[in-house]
Write a protein that binds this ligand. Structure first.
Ligand SMILES: [Zn+2]
Length: 469
């Protein structure tokens, strides 16, 4: 009897598996799936590595797709090689507009290290491969399809919907979002909401358990240390050891700056929500985290990714100087990437670094991000996104999160616009590691499922009357 029950259970499980596979294949039958995938693959083939960017090729590609469907789209930006593309579907109504944002540029890729060429858009092994597959051309195509869908179905809108694909996000947004906001404020008239990259999700066996919607992020402070000294033969070094020795002392001083742990209310809320879905030791630490922090336990259980949200971080990312083993250079430099928790004071950190460096180096600020406010999750847009996400994966939960990384959302939050970072595509943790690394890729099936999810979010938040999905 027990055996029989087992056999029946196994047969049922197999049947369910087959049905699930059919269902999964059914997802591919989304009317726009094929079109979205073709556009995505073509977009991946365009090399928009930043530096130098060359976003104009990507901008023109997106512009053509919009124009083909009768959506007016214009190229914007002061640099002919660094264009962004902008399109607005007008509602004729005064409700705050929704801006769908993504960046065209990608981080560079070393082709020799990749399994598939990084700008091939190859379809292989159930994946679509390419630099930008996750960060963030997939989101760009999903947003594009959402706009095209509204236009094709002639949906009556209760608010304007704007599509904006920008240049230069990866290196700080100076030639992209920042420039456009400063020089073309008319493009952003009446914008109240931004949907951008920056969220994340956790999956267990291909099912999402937790969707994080990013509502705030750490603040970048990028510094360069430059040491100078007497150049000369290494057989008779100067007393201070020369420029490189001075630089090493400066870096050593900086690395000794204490980075104490502290828990912000936003991070506590996020960790409690994420911890509820986990049955392991990490889940236990997350869902019970509170001040005073149990540092020993946190350091033994939480990965660096989680811990980065509990303190400011500092990393040495580049060192240069010297040309031969037997000569002392006149100059040497190092770049330092500091990320501050919301609420930390960049001026205070700068003082600490200045003191740590002392006379050993000169300090240059490469980028000082301005601390922006959190985007409150208490909005109709947040609830719309959460509803769509949980509907797409029954049993999953949604919560606001803080990101250690930075995105263009900060420019909008600084101007009082609500900006949310979403991750509409399921990503298994082992694939997530390919972001900014080798073999960046997205599961074809997850891409196909994320496209209608974005469409639903945009439709539900912007359509004047209930519309078909
Ligand atoms: Zn990105």
């Amino acid at each position: 009897m027990v055996t029989m029950r087992r056999i029946v259970a196994t047969a049922t499980a197999l049947l369910l598996l087959v049905l699930n596979c059919r269902k999964a294949e059914g997802v591919q039958e989304d009317p726009l799936a094929r079109e979205a995938e073709e556009a995505f693959v073509e977009y991946l083939k365009i090399d928009t590595s930043n530096p130098p960017g060359n976003e104009t090729a990507g901008a023109k590609f997106l512009q053509q797709l919009l124009i083909k469907d009768g959506v007016e789209a214009q190229l914007v930006g002061s640099d002919p090689n660094r264009q962004s593309v902008y399109a607005r579907l007008s509602s004729g109504r005064s409700e705050k507009a929704l801006l769908l944002l993504h960046h065209i540029d990608v981080v560079p890729a070393v082709a020799a290290e990749w399994t598939m060429p990084p700008f091939s858009g190859a379809r292989s092994g159930g994946y679509i491969w390419g630099r930008g597959a996750l960060d963030v051309k997939s989101l760009g195509v999903a947003e594009l399809m959402a706009v095209i869908d509204l236009k094709r179905r002639k949906v009556r809108l209760k608010r304007d919907v704007i599509f904006l694909a920008v240049a230069d996000e990866e290196l700080g947004g100076i030639k992209g979002c920042k420039e456009l906001l400063e020089q073309h404020p008319e493009l952003f008239e009446n914008v109240g909401f931004v949907v951008n990259e920056g969220g994340y999700n956790e999956t267990v066996v291909d099912k999402v358990t937790f969707w994080g919607i990013e509502t705030s992020q750490k603040v970048p402070l990028w510094l360069r240390l430059e040491s100078k000294g007497t150049a000369g033969h290494a057989a008779s070094p100067p007393d201070d050891g020369g420029a490189l020795a001075r630089l090493v002392r400066a870096i050593d001083g900086v690395l000794r700056i204490p980075m104490p742990y502290r828990l912000t209310p936003e991070v506590q809320h996020y960790f409690h929500a994420a911890g509820r879905m986990r049955r392991d030791a990490r889940g236990e630490v997350l869902r019970s985290i509170a001040e005073p922090l149990d540092i020993k336990r946190i350091e033994s259980v939480l990965s660096p990714g989680y811990r980065a949200l509990l303190r400011d971080t500092l990393a040495v990312t580049r060192i240069s100087g010297g040309s031969a083993v037997n000569s002392i250079p006149a100059k040497a430099s190092a770049d330092i990437d500091i990320r501050l928790l919301p609420g930390s004071n960049p001026g205070e950190m700068l003082k600490l670094v200045t003191r740590a460096v002392g006379e050993n180096a000169e300090l240059e600020v490469l980028l000082a991000g301005e601390p922006g406010p959190e985007s409150t999750p208490d909005t109709e847009l947040f609830r719309t996104i959460a509803r769509a996400m949980t509907a797409s994966e029954p049993g999953s939960t949604v919560a606001p999160i803080v990101q250690a990384g930075t995105s263009d959302s900060r420019f909008f939050r600084g101007r009082g616009v609500i900006a949310y970072g979403i991750a509409p595509f399921k990503v298994n943790y082992y694939d997530a590691d390919s972001v900014h690394a080798t073999d960046e890729r997205i599961r074809s099936r997850f891409f196909a499922e994320g496209v209608p999810l974005v469409r639903r979010i945009v439709n539900d938040f912007s359509a004047a009357a209930p519309q078909g999905k």
